[in-house]
Design a protein around this ligand. Structure first.
Ligand code: HEC
Ligand code: HEC
Ligand code: HEC
Ligand code: HEC
Length: 448
């Protein structure tokens, strides 16, 4: 059983340091990734004191929970990220890639640990801590002292090198820099061929799954940006596409010999049994013919529904440019690059647009209906689309519940139906489009 936990698909990397507009509306330089922030990294021990973030249970009367360390150590997979580099699967990957060992290779450590340059590792720092506090919150060298004085503000802390994890755009870039890759760290198809698992990501779902070691309450809203789940999801979808397109457009990563980097394509277009005979035309966007490796458009399918609601004009542009990219992948390489660049022009705009948008209960209902309707009409026959759709539905249901848009006495039926949706995508190798569509039909009835 998975609940809304074990759901998975595809994922993506990072925009080079282009200016972006944060949700607060100000144009600013995208913040540096923690791994390369130029700050001194102190290690988890510096955060874990029992009067700091290592309390056994949330401390009453404090702005923050203060048991973040315990949550991370006991419930958060990031705590084990270094350890997995010692297991048999990692040994096999390392052997297949000709690495001496996974746990000493920067190729692996850059995502499975906090791994800043040696001269930025303070004496208390330990790479064996895995993906630790400073992998996300930035090297604490300058803010460790200043963030605990009573007059400290979030803005001061950020000035002192704290990464703005509360900003959904910055958060999306951060998570995707490891959960897909960026121009400095990347899981290519070769690394997957060596045995690395397929990656799957959805920003809002994964923020909840981590699990969150923070609560968005009144004082949080006063101190920080508190994006709702829909905004987080929407920005995550647009950023995901952006980072896949960055990969295609990157001269270093975009090609691998004769072929384009296959990580930008739908894994299951190639990796499914020949006897399955399940190819079916898509009804809506991008009706590609059979036997074609297809650009992984799972996030685009979600993005289309969101954009049609937020800005129908841009929605038409997005649809045209998505179709143009699919068509171009059957033409030639330079056509593909041109189409990728054109599409990126739209997704970059969308990130800014979503960052400004106050998503309301009416939006949520439209988005939910749109995704379910597309699913029922056969848009998500490919596993990756179904996987994203299931996470999207989970995210929207939670957001609707939070704003009181669903009736309490509906919730049992909705949750049971939702479990079926997640079950249908639990294992990509057993995925059957008909089972997924049937689960969507059940879900549709439960929200009536
Ligand atoms: C771009 C970042 C990135 C790089 C580079 C990377 N990984 Fe990973 N790795 C991840 C992420 C993210 C996951 C979790 C995927 C998920 O669950 O969706 C993962 C998962 C894994 C797993 C499965 C862990 C488990 O709990 O089952 C293994 C094993 C692994 N990686 C080994 C390696 C090895 C060995 C290398 C170096 C050759 C490497 N990784 C390089 C990001 C990366
Ligand atoms: C994988 C990324 C990640 C890791 C690892 C991580 N955090 Fe966080 N943390 C977040 C995100 C995302 C938030 C929510 C956004 C925010 O408040 O900035 C957050 C919020 C917080 C908050 C703020 C709560 C509030 O109410 O303002 C504290 C304190 C915190 N984390 C401490 C820690 C500590 C201590 C560790 C290590 C034991 C840690 N975090 C590890 C991502 C991470
Ligand atoms: C420094 C790289 C890095 C960053 C940044 C990062 N992650 Fe991860 N994350 C990983 C790796 C590696 C794993 C796999 C760990 C393992 O399997 O032991 C992982 C695992 C996870 C898992 C568990 C997935 C599963 O299949 O069980 C969740 C959830 C998650 N990350 C959420 C997030 C979120 C949300 C963010 C951004 C706030 C984030 N991560 C940022 C590297 C990172
Ligand atoms: C265009 C077709 C194509 C796409 C798209 C594709 N692959 Fe592959 N994949 C291949 C080929 C060809 C091989 C090599 C098979 C062999 O060595 O026999 C391979 C090998 C692999 C292997 C090693 C299998 C083994 O038997 O050891 C893994 C794992 C893998 N791919 C994962 C993925 C993932 C994950 C994705 C999506 C992110 C993906 N592939 C996308 C064609 C593709």
């Amino acid at each position: 059983m998975l609940g809304r936990a074990r759901v998975l698909t595809l994922v993506l990397a990072t925009v080079a340091s282009v200016a972006f507009v944060s949700s607060s509306g100000s144009a600013q330089q995208a913040p540096k990734m923690p791994i390369a922030d130029g700050e001194l990294h102190l290690g988890v021990a510096s955060c874990a004191g029992s009067t700091c973030h290592g309390a056994a249970a949330p401390l009453p009367g404090s702005n923050v929970l203060q048991n973040e360390f315990v949550t991370w150590q006991q419930k958060d997979q990031h705590h084990k990220a270094y350890e997995v580099l010692l297991n048999d699967r990692s040994k096999r990957i390392a052997r297949n890639l000709g690495l001496e060992a996974a746990h000493t290779a920067d190729l692996c450590l850059d995502c499975h640990a906090d791994n800043p340059p040696k001269d930025k590792q303070y004496v208390t720092f330990q790479v064996t801590d895995g993906v630790s506090c400073e992998s996300c919150h930035g090297g604490a060298g300058r803010w460790i002292g200043s963030h605990i004085v009573p007059t400290a503000t979030h803005a001061n802390n950020i000035q002192n090198g704290l990464y703005p994890t509360d900003d959904p755009v910055a958060r999306a870039r951060l998570c995707l820099s490891c959960h897909f890759g960026d121009d400095t760290r990347f899981v290519s198809h070769r690394i997957m061929g060596a045995g690395h698992p397929r990656m799957s990501f959805e920003l809002d779902t994964f923020t909840a799954l981590q699990p969150a070691h923070f609560t968005v309450d009144r004082d949080y809203r006063q101190r920080k940006q508190a994006a709702n789940g829909i905004q987080t999801w929407a920005i995550g979808q647009a950023m995901s596409i952006n980072v896949i397109l960055d990969t295609m457009l990157d001269p270093k990563r975009g090609m691998d010999g004769l072929f384009p980097e296959l990580v930008a394509f739908d894994c299951h277009a190639c990796h499914s049994p020949m006897s399955a005979l399940e190819w079916a035309p898509r009804t809506g966007t991008a009706a590609l013919g059979p036997g074609t490796p297809r650009f992984n458009d799972a996030n685009l399918l979600m993005l289309q529904v969101i954009t049609d609601q937020v800005d129908p004009g841009l929605g038409r542009q997005l649809r045209d440019r998505t179709n143009a990219l699919h068509t171009a992948t059957r033409a030639d390489h330079s056509a593909m690059l041109g189409a990728a660049r054109a599409l990126k022009g739209v997704t970059a705009q969308l990130i800014n647009l979503f960052a400004q948008r106050d998503f309301k209960a009416e939006d949520m209902k439209v988005l939910l209906d749109g995704i379910v309707a597309n699913g029922l009409s056969g848009e998500y026959v490919d596993y990756a689309g179904a996987e994203q759709a299931s996470m999207a539905i989970g995210t929207i249901v939670t957001a609707m519940q939070n704003v009181g848009a669903l009736k309490k006495d509906q919730m049992d039926a909705i949750n049971t139906a939702l479990d079926k949706v997640f079950e249908a995508v639990d294992d990509d190798e057993k995925y059957r489009p008909q089972t997924f569509v049937a689960s969507l039909r059940g879900f549709q009835q439960s929200v009536r």
